[in-house]
Design a protein around this ligand. Sequence first.
Ligand SMILES: [Cu+2]
Length: 150
Amino acid sequence: MLRHIMFAGALALTAGPGWADSHGHDHGASERTASPEGAEVYFITPTDGDTVSNPVTFRFGARGIGVAPAGANWPDTGHHHMLINIDPADVDLNEPFPFDDQNLHFGGGQTEVTLDLPAGTHTFVLIMADDFHVPHDPPLISEVITVTVE
Ligand SMILES: [Cu+2]
């Protein structure tokens, strides 16, 4: 179960009282931030089908859009989110991402993370979101990668 994962580092990214302030806004569909045309996000490492050992370092790429800290309302920017074992088709794109062990926010503008993961096969997907943690329109969603942790 994912609740038993030790997300070294990731907890530090998502913990802290400041985050709660970002959830107070009501976001309707009309408020989503437009993504720059042709922008995309992708995994640099690992790649789909890889078998890896702990700790696992994920590196995030972004093309055609800048990476900014959460809360920074700068044009054509966002911050990375990595979803673990979540089908992006199940994500409500009009709502902010939750903060939990399966929805990792990189609100400091980070472009990589190193995690200790349970052994097994897991899926990972990157979705960029705006300063309120809401995906852009159209959304910037990476390829879903399947990685086996030994
Ligand atoms: Cu976020």
